[in-house]
Design a protein around this ligand. Structure first.
Ligand code: ASP
Ligand code: MG
Length: 711
């Protein structure tokens, strides 16, 4: 069985390239007999054509390049013999009729190759393609080639590509790039089992790599698709070469001489890779061809593509002279000067965005966090696609009273305009029900609300195949059975359920705890300083300075507290966080397991806000005393939620929330402003894990949600 190897001009351009070719041939020869078909060294055919036209100025350089190759590849008598032969061939070429000069390039290159292989010890034979390939007589060509390669004493036949004879016996060529055709004729006649074309690009590509740097290799093409691309300007393969290979059922493998391990392109009877997709964009004589696979090509899709192509060109400032739809794709006539720009733009639009995975989003909540998220999605699109290969698409948005759903996607700029004003908003109605009805599988439902009952829809959303990302800690701080049911529903439905944002905003707290829990690293204790408001006030307070009540009012005025600041003092928020933390560590905590010592002795809930502040002012001596005591011991006061091993407790852990005096060796001692800290002791680690940093802010929350979405 034969294998046919064809090497293009740049593969034999100089001695270094030729050495690479020799290595490839040596490796292939180990697996069977070969027919090696060679092109002229790069630039040679052009130089000879010029000489035939009377411009002989390139000839000395051509001759020198050949002798350089010989000098580098051969020594001694072999070098002498090779240079004598090439010199003789150059003389012959000079004396030859002008229309035959061009046929010498392949003689030069393949004579050198054959001599070198023989010198390496292979049993070789040079075949004169001029007497084997007869133009327009395929039968005769096949007969002659078959007879020529009969000789079993030969391991490697070497034949010049490109050249042939007419039926009348006159030397001629198969046309520019015709060596591929020669190789296909040899392969078909010899009944080869493979035709491997070695070239200077990694296969047939989605575009000409020299013009479109982002071009990608097409892994597999059907014969007919490869032929179409070749006819439309893909220079890597000479179109007439496809037919003989196809008729003989021989796959053509296009591979890169300069990187033999690249998989390249396989051209065979198998349908092209991604048959429904676009194959490539190419240009020939100022016509741009966007080509689809023969198997695809539905006329409605092609018409849609023509419109898309036109708008891509217009966006680039290119006005096509004419755009046509054919059964193999779209054609656009453009001015020569904009051809490359057009190729780049079309390639970008049709081929470079294709591998991006789209994540569809339904976002509930149009408060600060929801707005920041939508804004972030709009801003980070390109970075995101580059870094993660994923694109986010908003399909639905809702505030507490309205919602909009558009399965074609809502632009972030539009989505940012809610609530209420944007067109397509539905007043009232049930967002989640609608999402369940229309959402594509695998979409993500994002809860950035602070609703107390939205979580009741989570299970139904998960059953509809939606992933859930929540920044709403109320959804997680529900009775443990309901929490466990949501977790179970996520598992059963194969969707993810993430809520990193619910504790410490963007700090990777839950992730760190669940990593430990997943690997049986048992939690011994957790201390969480996670109340931004109280951290701020407790940090700022000095006895005898601004009163506690005034600091609280200031915090309220700057929007740092809940609308009713009493909710910050009662520890409810910290309670929710410690439940989430404990459960993440595998402890089935309930609210009733947590001992909460509020910051003020009585709730004062019955008072109106003004009276509350007054009453708080009355407690100032209490605060001052406690702070003075702490300071005297070198401590600072922090609002700490903690969980600690305690075998006597129901869950095996004791949980409490209270103001604690921490000494200067405690990680929470140094906290600034609204900073959060979390300190986890676990059985595998001699020292605690400390995570500290900004624990709030809409932008931080948005970035944390984004990370959950991407996971
Ligand atoms: N040397 C010829 C050309 O440049 C044939 C070939 O390379 O395929 O057109
Ligand atoms: Mg060539």
């Amino acid at each position: 069985m034969f294998k046919v190897l064809k090497f293009g001009g740049s593969s034999v351009a100089d001695a270094t390239a030729t050495s690479r070719v020799l290595d490839i041939i040596a490796a292939e020869a180990r697996e069977g007999r070969l027919i090696v078909v060679g092109s002229a060294i790069s630039g040679c055919t052009d130089g000879l054509l010029a000489a035939a036209e009377g411009d002989r100025s390139g000839l000395p350089d051509l001759q020198k390049r050949h002798s350089d190759i010989i000098r580098r590849l051969f020594t001694g008598a072999e070098r002498q013999a090779a240079s004598d032969e090439i010199r003789r061939l150059f003389e012959e070429m000079s004396a030859a009729p002008d229309d035959e000069k061009v046929t010498y390039g392949e003689l030069f290159s393949t004579r050198i190759l054959e001599r070198k292989l023989a010198a390496e010890g292979f049993r070789t034979k040079w075949l004169d393609s001029r007497s084997l390939i007869i133009c327009d007589d395929l039968e005769e060509t096949r007969r002659r080639i078959r007879k020529a390669v009969e000789d079993p004493s030969v391991d490697i036949f070497v034949a010049p590509g490109f050249i042939a004879s007419t039926r009348e016996g006159k030397v001629t060529t198969l046309g520019r790039g015709g060596s591929d055709y020669s190789a296909a004729l040899y392969a078909a006649a010899a009944g080869a089992d493979a035709l491997r074309k070695w070239t200077d690009v990694p296969g047939m590509m989605t575009a000409d790599r020299r013009k479109v740097p982002a071009a990608r290799t097409i892994p597999s093409l059907s014969y007919s698709d490869a032929e179409t691309l070749a006819l439309r300007g893909a220079k890597v393969l000479y179109a007439p070469a496809v037919r003989p290979a196809m008729e003989a059922g021989i796959p053509i493998h296009i591979v890169n001489t300069f990187c033999p391990s690249d998989p390249g392109t396989v051209i065979s009877a198998v349908p092209s890779t991604g048959a429904a997709e676009w194959l490539g964009v190419s240009a020939r004589e100022h016509t741009i061809y966007l080509t689809c696979s023969r198997a695809a090509g539905r006329s409605s899709e092609i018409r849609a593509a023509a419109e898309r192509l036109e708008s891509v060109l217009r966006a680039e400032g290119i006005a096509p002279k004419e755009i046509r739809c054919t059964e193999r794709g779209v054609e656009a006539d453009v001015k020569e000067s904009v051809e490359t720009a057009a190729l780049i733009a079309i390639h970008r639009d049709f081929f470079e965005t294709a591998p991006v995975d789209t994540i569809d989003l339904f976002i509930a909540g149009a408060g600060a966090v929801g707005k920041a998220l939508i804004d972030l999605i709009g801003r980070s699109r390109e970075t995101l696609e580059k870094r993660t290969g994923k694109a986010l698409r908003i399909l639905g948005i809702a505030d507490s009273r309205h919602f909009a759903i558009n399965l074609a996607g809502i632009r972030p700029e539009e989505a940012g305009k809610i609530p209420g004003t944007s067109p397509g908003m539905t007043e009232g109605g049930n967002f989640t029900e609608e999402v369940i009805r229309v959402a594509p599988k695998g979409a993500v439902f994002v809860d950035c609300t602070d609703s107390i009952d939205l979580y009741r829809s989570y299970t139904a959303l998960m059953e509809a195949g939606l992933h859930i990302v929540s920044s709403n800690r109320r959804s997680l701080a529900v009775p443990f059975v309901e929490y466990a049911a949501m977790k179970a529903a996520a598992l059963q439905n194969g969707v993810s359920f993430r809520y990193e944002t619910t504790v410490g905003a963007a700090l990777p707290i839950l992730e760190s705890i669940s990593r430990g829990a997943n690997s049986c690293d048992e939690v011994l204790s957790i201390e969480a300083v996670v109340s931004c408001t109280l951290n701020q006030i407790l940090g700022e307070y000095t006895p005898g300075g601004v009163s506690f009540a005034k600091l609280l009012r200031k915090a309220q005025e700057s929007g740092l507290t809940e609308p009713d600041p009493r909710q910050d003092l009662d520890g409810k928020d910290a309670l929710r966080k410690i439940l989430i933390l404990g459960r993440e560590a595998g402890i089935p905590l309930e609210e009733s397991d947590v001992e909460v010592t509020p910051l003020i002795p009585e709730p004062l809930d019955h008072l109106d806000l003004e009276s509350f502040y007054k009453a708080l002012e009355g407690m100032e001596p209490l605060f001052a005393k406690a702070f003075e005591k702490a300071a005297a011991q070198g401590c600072r006061r922090r609002f700490v939620a903690s969980i600690e091993r305690d075998p006597s407790a129901r869950t095996g852990y004791r949980a409490c929330i209270r103001v604690t005096d921490v000494g200067n060796s405690h990680p929470a001692y140094q906290l600034r402003g609204t900073e959060n800290a979390i300190i986890v002791q676990s059985s595998f680690h001699p020292y605690p894990l400390v995570i500290q940093g900004a624990g709030e802010g809409a932008l931080q929350a948005a970035s944390s949600i984004l990370n959950d979405i991407l996971k």
